[in-house]
Design a binder for this molecule. Structure first.
Ligand code: ADP
Ligand code: ZN
Length: 750
């Protein structure tokens, strides 16, 4: 008899099941087992043995799902690595890693069945039948070349490709036809060109793609990356905004695909997948597979299963969870905007960082890794400087574009001189107007959505707060409500103070909704769009806002963080950062790094084509070091200054922070538990333990929250630290008084 260790998608250890050899079950296979009294789960066979475990009742594996294993041995090692490092069970990794459709669970066995998966296709084009002879085409071209040069060129191109490639039926891959979509569409409309979809062609050579010509600087960077990979090093590509990192990625991708190997491109945010996928599809037509949580469950599941049975040569673009997609022959992993905090999962175990996992995958799969950013994280930068990664710098923008001029505009001085209109200094306002007059666009950044972050009674000082999260409620004007930005709780905006009943509630601070309203009043002739969590509730809404701005149907785009995410808008010449102060004053040791990254990224949206852009930073602290680094665009100065402080205080990257978050509805139980845990930890770690303190968000959805920070100096054994920490946590968890306290461990917390 054979026995299998099976992982189930639960916070549980693995269990053993017996295997009927007729099922043909192997390691990495998805199987159905019964667990609990009446529930059937999908599990993954982790290992097989002949040895009978010594417990009496061993349940059998009931059936095998899918004809191919879901997990390769490498993926198993990755899951184990994540579970160990981030201190959770492999089952918890499975819960996140497999989309619901690939791990069905049900109350009856009959509901669990295999699905059929379609293979991807790409577009092919051919000339209409009557034009396929050389004479017919020549006659047609001679007649129309003058009137429609682009279209006849495209037709010529199709014909010569068909000949070069010996295409019997005249069809050639669309991706190789160097012509704009409008021209092909027009040819199709006139019946001169036919299209059809067919299974994608295998790629044998980089020349099977039409690659962009690289500039000299880009070529050097590409060579640098390839040299790094030849030396089995991770490449950190530090390229200023607009330097054309994507074009370099495209060359690297083409080379891996031509080897028949898989490419994984990670992006930090769903919203930028579509812009990037569009750019990649123009070259790798039919090959890109997108993966993120806004896709339907069906799409996600089918994508996973299709990749599990693929034999390589896949191009995947996705957010952090895409690291779990099956790859048979990984050749390249790119982490774009590697500094972005979204790569870290924080709310649910495993609390992993996909950027760091990409580097781990580089080892496990022995494959190439590129981390790219205009503002690298200090962690990666330090690895670059000390030689652990190859550090490749691209300091100029592509083409004639140059980096924007940065103007620091003092808000206090502007008020004194009567040069401030509501939340706009004249410095900014005049530039916005000038851009508009020149037919150019402006971006206005404010990192709060809504109308006013809070309202306050002028008589008694009362501010309405979320009853479940204890944070101030944000005023939204369009809905006339107050909303909690953490849990979504909302209520009608009060007319009078709920506390002293005087009718004197004042709006405090300002969000994007208010900025958009004010700029509409100050520049009435401008067409304004707003991009934030309130306006882009669906992918369609989001895309249409971006499209209107991209196509010049809007002059000014007001928005939140979303604007910092790598957009490539050609017409923007002015960028305004409305309130830099609230970024500088966050109570977090990463505040300076974050503020710098955020401002540099928004600034990077200006002047990406021929016209030089201008960025106006409004602040009451014009001499703050971070503002000065932004003004001079000096990343290295910022990094060195920050690193020396981090070193002095033993913060990352000179240490690992492990954050323990405790939650409970009862304040007293919570705080006793937190103190008990901190005491148990101090016995093992001494002064490396900080806290407990109330968490930055003291209350969330009705639960009180406390946290303890453990600081492990770089170079010390993390494995030993985890063992000791597990012991300390077990002391508290085994105490019946604290049975209902939830403890979450976040390794390398951000
Ligand atoms: P980054 O990601 O480094 O900010 P992008 O890759 O978005 O920069 O490039 C900025 C702009 O310059 C894009 O519109 C891109 O198409 C263009 N560009 C960059 N390099 C090239 C190139 N070699 N050939 C053609 N266009 C390029
Ligand atoms: Zn709330």
């Amino acid at each position: 008899m054979l026995y299998a260790q099976v992982v189930l998608p639960l916070a549980q250890p693995m269990y053993t099941f017996s295997v009927d050899e007729a099922l043909g079950v192997g390691i990495g296979d998805a199987v159905v087992v019964q667990f609990g009294s009446s529930r059937y789960y999908t599990g993954i066979v982790w290992s097989l043995t002949n040895e009978k475990p010594d417990y009496p009742r061993i349940k059998p594996i009931l059936k095998r799902l899918y004809s191919t294993p879901l997990l390769t041995p490498e993926a198993q090692r990755l899951w184990e690595w994540i579970a160990e490092y981030y201190m959770c069970t492999v089952g918890e990794v499975m819960r996140i890693a497999l989309p619901a459709l690939a791990k069905p669970s049900a109350t009856s066995l009959a509901e669990l069945d295999e699905r059929s998966i379609e293979s991807p296709t790409e577009l092919f084009v051919a000339l209409a039948e009557e034009l396929r002879s050389e004479e017919a085409l020549a006659a047609y071209v001679a007649k129309y070349a003058r009137r429609a040069p682009r279209r006849t060129e495209a037709m010529d191109r199709i014909a010569s490709l068909a000949m070069e490639r010996g295409s019997v039926d005249g069809f050639v891959p669309r991706r190789l036809v160097d012509a704009d979509a409008v021209h092909i569409a027009e040819l199709k409309r006139r019946g001169l060109v036919e299209e059809r979809r067919a299974p994608i062609e295998p790629i044998a050579h980089v020349n099977d793609f039409l690659l962009p010509q690289l500039s000299e600087a880009q070529c050097k960077a590409l060579e640098g990356i390839e040299a790094a990979h030849a030396n089995r090093k991770v490449a950190l590509l530090h390229g200023v905004t607009g330097s054309g990192k994507t074009e370099i990625y495209i060359h690297l991708i083409a080379r891996s695909l031509a080897e028949g190997r898989d490419v994984l491109v990670l992006v930090p945010e769903i919203v930028i997948t579509s812009q990037l996928v569009e750019r990649l599809e123009r070259i790798f037509e039919g090959r890109t597979t997108t993966y993120h949580s806004r896709l339907t469950a069906l799409r996600r599941g089918e994508t996973f299963l299709r990749l599990a049975s693929s034999s390589g040569g896949e191009l995947i673009v996705g957010v952090r969870s895409a690291i779990y997609l099956p790859m048979k022959r990984p050749g390249l992993i790119i982490v774009d905007e590697e500094h972005d905090a979204n790569y870290k999962q924080t709310d649910l175990a495993p609390r992993y960082n996909a950027r760091d996992m990409a580097v781990v995958m580089g080892h496990i799969y022995s494959t190439r890794v590129v981390l790219g950013s205009a503002t690298p994280s200090l962690e990666s930068y330090l690895n670059g400087v000390n030689g652990k990664y190859a550090y490749i710098e691209l300091t100029e923008r592509w083409g004639d574009a140059v980096l924007p001029e940065v103007v620091v505009s003092d808000t206090i001085r502007a008020v004194k001189r009567n040069e401030r209109k509501v939340h706009f200094n004249l410095d900014l306002l005049t530039r916005v107007r000038a851009s508009l007059e020149a037919g150019k666009q402006s971006i206005l950044f404010q990192n709060r959505r809504g109308y006013a972050p809070y309202i306050q009674c002028r008589t008694c000082g009362y501010s309405p707060r979320c009853p479940r999260c204890n944070v101030t409620l944000t005023r939204h004007k369009s809905t006339d409500r107050m909303e909690c930005h953490y849990c979504g709780y909302n209520m009608p905006a009060p007319k009078m103070c709920p506390n002293c009943e005087v009718q004197d509630m004042a709006l405090m601070g300002f969000g994007t909704e208010k900025v958009a309203e004010e700029i509409a009043r100050l520049v009435p002739e401008a067409r304004i769009e707003r991009l934030d969590g309130d306006t882009s509730t669906s992918e369609r809404a989001f895309k249409s806002i971006v499209h209107r701005f991209e196509s010049g149907e809007a002059d000014i785009l007001v928005g939140t963080q979303i604007l910092t995410k790598g957009f490539d808008f050609g017409g923007v010449t002015t960028v305004g950062i409305l309130n830099a102060d609230n970024m500088l004053t966050m109570p977090d040791f990463r505040a300076s790094e974050r503020a710098f990254q955020l401002m540099m990224q928004v600034a990077g949206r200006a002047g990406r084509r021929n016209d030089r852009g201008c960025v106006v930073v409004q602040t009451s602290q014009p001499n703050h070091p971070v503002i000065r680094f932004v003004a001079s665009g000096d990343y290295h100065a910022m990094a060195n200054c920050e690193l020396s402080e981090r070193k002095a205080f033993g913060y990352p990257p000179y240490s690992h922070l492990i954050r323990l978050l405790l939650r409970h509805e009862d304040y007293n139980i919570l705080h006793h538990a937190a103190h008990a845990l901190a005491d148990a930890m101090r016995k093992k770690f001494g002064a490396r333990v900080m806290g407990p303190v109330s968490a930055a968000l003291e209350m969330l959805r009705g639960e009180h929250r406390a946290e303890i920070i453990l600081k492990i100096e770089a170079g010390a054994s993390m494995q030993r630290a985890r063992t000791l920490l597990r012991e300390a946590v077990a002391v508290v968890e085994s105490d019946t008084k604290y049975k209902t306290v939830k403890i979450a461990i976040d390794v390398d917390a951000l």
